[in-house]
Design a protein around this ligand. Structure first.
Ligand code: GLN
Length: 309
């Protein structure tokens, strides 16, 4: 069968199965099955597929038609310009999480000590290690299966000496306080869980996504632990769901009363990251001055917190 015919058939199968981008996925899976590049596909539309190639391709298409995520089928996913190995032991890195990495790089000092909490595939920790070559990074996860994937990604990108993988609950495995805590913890609420597409709900690890009734169970626990693990002058960057900004700021207020908390929007205009900046010791009085929320130059809400630490 000709390549272009196989592709057209596959697209029709995926479309019928309700896959969001049937054309793109059919092409990606064809390049994967044949070991060709996208450009080669394009320039050889009449190439004949052998019967083995066709069987392989149809098997991949069938998996995708069952709504298995593309990244699990091909075994990798691009994040922050780097290619990461992924399988069902870890959440697939999301483009919106690049904002967390971008912010972390922006506010880090050259030799920062950073903790990536709930590292999963290691996408955040590895991206930070690649872009901050002098930083020391701890990456924790409660799942030892996830840490195996993270270890593989550390080796893939040659940062295994600067990313220390630690198994345990949230910040507990850290040897001491750090300059920056970054975390994309599970934050999906009970209501949102039921509405997730099958790709996520039926294939990705629930423990990497589900955050209890309001989605904030893990973030709440992390903030309760964080005081003892954050150096004076340190910061926390948390990925959040679009409706959780105010609630997470209120939580940070409880544990870091003199810190400044800021909600940062993603490129879709949704609240995506909460940044907490703990003033160096002795700055409490200065920070006390302004009250309530203001909006900074990039349109983010900035909350000056009122009570002294
Ligand atoms: N943004 C993710 C989603 O696709 C949720 C990630 C998380 O819970 N940390 O639903």
């Amino acid at each position: 069968m000709q390549l272009q015919v196989a592709l057209a058939q596959a697209m029709a199968v995926l479309e019928k199965a309700g896959v969001e981008e049937p054309r793109l996925d059919a092409k990606v899976l064809l390049t994967h099955a044949l070991g060709m590049t996208g450009a080669q596909l394009f320039t050889h539309p009449r190439r004949q597929l052998s019967s083995t190639e066709l069987t392989d391709y149809r098997q991949l298409i069938e998996r995708r038609a069952q709504r298995e995520p593309l990244a699990y089928i091909v075994g990798h996913k691009e994040f922050y310009g780097l290619d990461f190995f992924v399988d069902t032991r870890v959440l697939i890195p999301r483009p919106e999480t690049e904002l967390l990495v971008e912010k972390a790089i922006e506010i880090s000092q050259r030799q920062s000590v950073i903790a990536d909490v709930g590292t999963g595939s290691g996408a955040i920790a590895v991206s930070l290690a690649v872009h901050l070559p002098q930083a020391l990074i701890y990456a924790t996860d409660v799942s030892s299966a996830a840490l195996e994937v993270a270890a593989r990604n550390c080796r893939r990108h040659g940062v295994q000496d600067r990313v220390h993988l630690l198994q345990g609950r949230l910040l507990e495995p850290l040897p001491g306080p750090v300059d920056l805590i970054v975390a994309n913890l599970p934050y999906v609420s009970e209501v949102e869980w039921a509405q997730l597409p099958p790709e996520i709900r039926c294939y990705e690890p629930r423990e990497a996504l589900y955050g209890g009734p309001d989605g904030l169970d893990h973030i709440r626990r992390l903030l309760a632990q964080a005081r003892g693990y954050l150096k004076p002058g340190g910061s926390i960057l948390l990925e959040i769901g679009a409706t959780q900004g105010e609630a997470v700021v209120a939580l940070t207020r409880r544990h870091f009363p003199t810190a400044e908390a800021e909600i940062i929007k993603d490129y879709a205009g949704l609240d995506r990251v909460v940044m907490v900046s703990r003033g160096a010791r002795g700055q409490g009085a200065e920070e006390q001055g302004s009250k309530g929320a203001r909006v900074n130059d990039v349109g983010a809400h900035v909350f000056q917190l009122e009570v002294v630490d």
